[in-house]
Design a protein around this ligand. Structure first.
Ligand SMILES: [Fe+2]
Length: 272
């Protein structure tokens, strides 16, 4: 078994500063890390799928590095539209290996039974994401190099519509080309995204695709093109991607949603 805990869109600001004048995102991240550290069994790795900082300022990354220090599991992070690639790279240089030469910070992680392919789809200065011809080439070569290894692909922006209009206008462009690559690689078991701060499940390129819920503020569940841009403080949670060797060619992969906070339980079903 391999467990990948996914957190996302932490939107960390400098200490003492609230996101949107209201959300203490640092406290929510600290709570999420304590939750992950207490999981039994512990996750093999934690992926953080972008919007790590809120504005990309250096002080925000200094804060996030301090907040992440107690995390016991190895961390793999991707930038989102609120991040800045170079400050992001500098902040995580001591904690994880990131590619140095790429225009985009995409990379593959080979050391686990479930291979992790992390796509940086951010477009500097823009809220939307994009899979360019360069991403497609990199992804095709990366996937073609390990055709028999079960693989989870992660990226910040979803390449599919959610029905939440103000988020859909800033999703990942180039979805057709991305789908073409993913659909030709049967070892890709699923696609995991962030950006929308909600628990959303669908199918993309014929594979299960998900958006990880928020560990802090959720985008309001307001469907329709004209729905206002707002957030709700839904109960925080995260995704656990659980891969198991079930004897099949690529094994099985599924998602559990793990709620964070003071939750009543466990209570035994049978009392003697
Ligand atoms: Fe985002």
């Amino acid at each position: 078994m391999m467990i990948v805990a996914q957190i996302t869109d932490t939107h960390i600001r400098p200490p003492g500063s609230l996101a949107y004048g209201r959300v203490d995102t640092g406290a929510f991240l600290a709570q999420a890390i304590a939750h992950i550290n207490a999981l039994d069994p512990a996750p093999d790795v934690v992926i953080l799928t972008g919007d790590v900082a809120d504005t990309g300022a250096v002080e925000e990354y200094d804060h996030v590095v301090k907040l992440l220090a107690p995390l016991k599991a190895p961390l793999l992070a991707l930038p989102g539209n609120h991040d800045r690639r170079e400050t992001f790279r500098a902040a995580f240089a001591g904690r994880m290996e990131l590619p140095s030469g790429n225009a985009h910070l995409s990379y593959a992680v080979e050391r686990y039974p479930l291979r992790l392919v992390m796509i940086d789809d951010t477009v500097p200065g823009k809220p939307h994401g994009e899979v360019t011809a360069g991403h497609v080439d990199w992804l095709e070569n990366t996937l073609a190099s390990e055709p028999e290894k079960p693989t989870l692909v992660a990226m910040h922006h979803p390449p599919f519509l959610t029905g939440i209009g103000h988020m859909d206008v800033q999703n990942c462009r180039g979805a057709e080309a991305l789908a073409e690559v993913l659909s030709t690689h049967p070892q890709v078991l699923a696609l995991a995204c962030g950006h929308v701060h909600r628990n959303i499940l669908t199918r993309f390129a014929g594979k299960p695709a998900s958006i990880c819920p928020s560990q802090a503020h959720a985008v309001s569940l307001a469907l329709g093109p004209g729905a206002p841009s707002s957030f709700h403080m839904d109960p925080p949670s995260l995704h656990l991607h659980v891969w198991q060797d079930d004897g099949s060619r690529f094994g099985s992969l599924l998602i559990h949603q793990s709620f964070i906070g003071d939750i009543d339980g466990p209570h035994p079903f049978f009392i003697e």
